[in-house]
Ligand binder design. Structure first.
Ligand code: PMP
Length: 436
């Protein structure tokens, strides 16, 4: 592809003048995107890009079945969940049927941040405790509670110094670059956690919850060491706390082999938070939990979200689930994602800058390092590579504390042809860099 035309000065300037700049945009000279189709984005110059970053568009962009269902529901009715309409129980029944055993009650909200905030409130109310354990390098959202349990210095360089007292940031069990390394490192992380919890026990600090991504999405799809979550859940529960699995990024079929990320660790949480892809871009989020936890929360009064669980949101949620099922998208994530991972591992053998290929299904991370022994993060390189990939027609962005992991989380209907297009582009970009 030719270098993309910069965003028309007018649109970029107008954006910057009235839209708070802290809401960043991708790329120094971003293309002006006009429409989407499946795993593709098309700009105002009819330049086509492969969208490898948009995990929100689970069923692909502009899915005709979804477009039809939404426009039909908008023309019939959109109101709030205090009214009685069939889309709501149809959606919550589907979610309960998909949820791990024992999670039988649903709250419907509008985003991942809201779901995480509500999950924290549920845990605090149920346990009567305040303290929450959360991973370092995590991102759980932007609302007060969700932000409190987010400590990724990639998103907020001052995150670790500014967490409120009730948040206890624990070492992330990162088998590639963490304190302990290797797929068998769970026991060592759990020993450290036990020591940490001992300090809280001695201080009489009761636990409300542990919250974590079951596959470490914000670090680029890093799988937790085997047995780690089982150990954490046991320790948290023995202290009266609840366990929250934040499935906003990695859940809902994206991992291919598993519908929920937590299945990969063979455990069942007390609470699941989910959003993003479940609405394919329509604001839809949910908390799925046990009835006794939901009932305890009811003692605090009622809960009302003006748009959460609206007829349109429920119809979107149901249609996304129909498309997932009818088009076999979880299976596509398994097969096409598995093929993509294998091809990326082959590239790893050819390019020293690739330190690891993380992830499962269609949640993958290509970790870039300057030195395979020290694992020094190739952060500046990752950002340059993303710019170079844009010129190849591929949209990829860096993630993690060091912003050195290329996150690959495309729509689940991505084809093998598109995957090959990306792998060839990445190979060309990395080869050109090593020749410089
Ligand atoms: N949890 C996780 C794991 C996330 O990745 C995100 C968003 N990136 C959120 C929660 C917050 O979701 P939202 O942006 O819908 O508020």
């Amino acid at each position: 592809l030719a270098a993309p035309e910069p965003l028309s000065a007018d649109v970029l300037e107008r954006r910057i003048s009235t839209f708070a700049e802290v809401q960043e945009h991708y790329y120094t000279e971003p293309p002006e995107i006009e429409r989407g189709w499946r795993e593709h984005l098309i700009d105002v110059h009819a330049q086509c890009y492969l969208d490898l970053v948009n995990n929100v568009a689970l069923t692909g962009h502009a899915h005709p079945r979804l477009v039809k269902a939404v426009s039909n529901q908008w023309s019939l009715l959109n109101t709030n969940s205090r009214f009685n309409y069939s889309a709501l129980p149809r959606f919550t029944e589907r979610l309960v049927a998909l949820a791990p055993e024992g999670l039988d009650t649903v709250f419907l909200v509008n985003s991942g941040s809201e779901a995480v905030d509500l999950a924290l409130r549920l845990a605090k109310t149920y346990t009567g405790n305040d303290a929450v354990l959360a991973f370092q390098e995590a991102y759980h959202g932007w609302t007060v509670g969700a932000d409190a349990v987010s400590s990724s210095i990639g998103d907020n360089p001052r995150a670790l110094e500014t967490r409120p007292d009730w948040v206890h940031v624990i070492d992330a069990p990162h088998p590639f670059r963490g304190t302990h390394r290797g797929a068998d490192s769970a026991a060592r992380y759990l020993d450290d956690l036990e020591a940490r919890l001992g300090v809280l026990d001695d201080a009489g600090t009761g636990l409300a919850a542990f919250i974590g991504e079951p596959v470490f999405g914000n670090a680029g799809g890093v799988l937790l060491p085997d047995g780690y979550l089982a150990g954490v859940f046991e320790k948290v529960r023995s202290r009266g706390g609840l366990t929250i699995s934040d499935e906003v990024q990695v859940g809902y079929g994206r991992l291919g082999e598993y519908f929920w990320g937590v299945e990969q660790q063979g455990v069942t949480p007390d609470i699941i938070t989910i959003a993003k892809g479940m609405g394919n871009g329509q604001p839809v989020g949910a908390v799925i939990t046990r009835r006794d936890i939901a009932e305890k929360f009811a003692e605090e009064g009622s809960l009302f979200s003006s748009a959460g669980g609206s007829p349109v949101s429920c119809v979107v949620g149901l249609t996304v689930l129909d498309i997932l099922r009818d088009e076999g998208l979880q299976e596509n994530a398994r097969t096409v994602g598995g093929d993509l991972k294998a091809k990326l591992l082959t590239l790893q053998g050819q390019h020293d800058i690739i330190g690891a290929v993380h992830g499962l299904g269609l949640y993958l991370g290509v970790e870039l390092v300057r030195d395979l022994a020290t694992l020094e993060p190739a952060s500046a390189e990752a950002s340059e590579i993303c710019e170079e990939l844009l010129r190849e027609g591929c949209i990829v962005q860096p993630t993690g504390d060091y912003k050195n992991v290329l996150k690959i989380k495309p729509p689940l209907n991505i084809t093998t042809e598109s995957v090959d297009f990306f792998v060839e582009a990445l190979d060309r970009v990395l080869s050109a860099r090593s020749r410089r």
